[in-house]
Ligand binder design. Structure first.
Ligand SMILES: *[C@@H]1O[C@H](CO)[C@@H](O)[C@H](O)[C@H]1NC(C)=O
Ligand SMILES: *[C@@H]1O[C@H](CO)[C@@H](O)[C@H](O)[C@H]1NC(C)=O
Ligand SMILES: *[C@@H]1O[C@H](CO)[C@@H](O)[C@H](O)[C@H]1NC(C)=O
Ligand SMILES: *[C@@H]1O[C@H](CO)[C@@H](O)[C@H](O)[C@H]1NC(C)=O
Ligand SMILES: *[C@@H]1O[C@H](CO)[C@@H](O)[C@H](O)[C@H]1NC(C)=O
Length: 423
């Protein structure tokens, strides 16, 4: 689900009290969360054009924010992930949604398995819960606290989160044993939705989110002040070989999230490390250059950028998107579709965006297209879009499919490596 988001609950900072969940006593280690293609999803006949239009309707935003949601439309086919086998090696299966628009991983909470979206652009772990009205939960996995022996209520605590597209969730809070990739955090804060926005209801492949941004963005509060809870990653970080998780998201929908280890076989050459500006709580960095093909352009007025696995597209400052599509024959900004479209047979140049001062993340032209817009597949919607002056560039899966990215919570930096060309 979308992740560049606004927290309703702005607080007077007083208490930045982090509760202290106890990670399971594990040896220093690493673990993987692979994902695979759930072919039956693709086999369902969904009208691509209608799906795209439906998605892009969500981009018409209030407040000028572009909403990039990897949801629903592409994934809302009523198919549940059935492969949630977690075993002692620290491996869980995961399912991407249609069009590789959404990457999901099964997560065990107090013995109940839900399909959650790993989201580096937010910091709440929230789930569909049995507190929701039943008509909101059709097709979803639902967490029922009364069926968990390890659930503990966090009295008086609640959460309320709103994402950049106007979607959101709210509810109560407790702790439970959360297992991802075979690693358990015994008292992980789990937020139980008793209200979710319609797009979450419709997106039956997503039963909630695992926020992987910095814990300061967590929205748990007692009605007066924030009581931010630690993310799963913050809770396990000290027990990992390296304080990192990596996102290796492939264009074909396969790939893996790995915690505690950097697999150097997944990218070419050396990893480039860029310090992040964590003051906003995002994995944020300057990005004041871009390139269309080999032509590098300085962009001193650029907004800063965030690395966001919860967003589908590469959302750049509007003038950057304009500069890119000015090099694509037949490209136009379509108000109707809600972004830049072009003939599917157009030649697309490579696009590169600066990550800090020292690295240019390249996305091959062959990987720019996000989806077709019409049934005949003649018009395409780009995976690079403008942010309509939102003041933040949001680098989502369009980038992650071309770049292997390590999130280092130890020294607060991002590591980038170019993925090998797709065969
Ligand atoms: C579950 O996923 C594994 C790969 O992780 C695959 O080998 C197996 O066939 C899948 N099982 C089902 C029922 O889809
Ligand atoms: C756990 O899953 C991994 C990957 O699917 C497999 O290699 C391993 O043998 C499994 N271990 C157990 C104990 O089932
Ligand atoms: C952060 O740590 C990595 C190793 O995990 C190191 O290679 C990198 O240089 C460090 N980056 C910064 C900005 O300190
Ligand atoms: C860090 O991010 C904050 C919030 O977005 C911004 O105001 C500040 O200028 C950034 N700092 C640097 C050094 O870029
Ligand atoms: C359009 O693309 C979809 C998905 O690849 C495919 O199933 C469909 O047959 C294509 N339609 C046409 C008219 O080529």
């Amino acid at each position: 689900m979308a992740t560049f988001r606004i927290i309703f609950f702005v607080t007077l900072l007083a208490a930045l009290v982090l509760a202290a969940p106890t990670p399971a006593r594990i040896k220093k280690r690493s673990f993987k969360v692979p994902r695979y293609i759930n072919t039956p999803v693709h086999a369902r006949g969904l009208d691509g054009g209608a799906a795209v239009r439906k998605v892009f309707n969500k981009y018409n935003l209030k407040g000028g924010f572009i909403a990039l949601e990897k949801t629903g439309t592409f994934t809302g086919l009523g198919i549940k992930a059935t492969n949630a086998s977690s075993n002692g090696t620290g491996t869980v299966a995961a399912n991407p949604g249609e069009n590789a628009a959404l990457f999901l991983s099964p997560v065990d909470i107090g013995g109940q398995t839900l399909n959650l979206d790993f989201d580096s652009g937010s910091s709440d772990l929230w789930v569909f819960s049995s507190d929701l009205p039943v008509q909101s939960t059709t097709g979803h996995g639902v967490y029922d606290k009364t069926k968990s022996a390890s659930f503990k209520e966090m009295t008086g605590a609640k959460f309320q989160i709103s994402y950049g597209d106007g979607s959101g969730a709210a509810g109560t809070v407790g702790t439970d044993a959360v297992t991802i990739g075979g690693v358990t955090v015994q008292n992980q804060a789990v937020e139980l939705a008793n209200a979710v926005s319609r797009s979450f209801v419709q997106d039956t492949n997503t039963d909630g989110l695992v926020g992987l941004a910095f814990s300061k963005l967590n929205t748990v509060n007692d009605g007066t002040k924030k009581i931010p809870q630690k993310t799963f990653f913050d809770n396990v970080m000290g027990d990992l070989d390296l304080p990192v998780f990596t996102a290796d998201l492939d264009p074909d929908g396969t790939g893996v999230y790995e915690f505690g280890k950097i697999d150097a076989t997944k990218f070419q050459g050396d990893m480039a490390w860029i310090p992040v500006n964590a003051s906003s709580g995002f994995w944020q960095f300057p990005s004041a250059k871009f390139a269309v093909g080999d032509q590098i352009v300085d962009n001193p007025t650029a907004s800063q950028a965030i690395a966001d696995t919860g967003t589908s597209l590469l959302l750049v400052d509007q003038q950057v998107a304009e500069a890119y599509y000015s090099k694509v024959q037949g490209a136009q900004l379509s108000a109707q579709v809600g972004g830049f479209i072009y003939p599917c047979n157009a030649q697309l140049p490579d696009m590169s965006v600066a990550i800090g001062d020292s690295y240019m993340a390249k996305i091959p032209g062959s990987q720019i297209t996000f989806a077709t817009v019409d049934e005949a597949n003649t018009t395409c919607f780009g995976g690079v879009q403008g942010n309509s002056g939102a003041g933040l560039q949001i680098y989502g899966d369009t980038m992650f499919k071309a770049q292997f990215v390590a999130f280092n919570g130890g020294n607060q930096s991002l590591g980038f490596g170019e993925k090998p060309p797709v065969a």
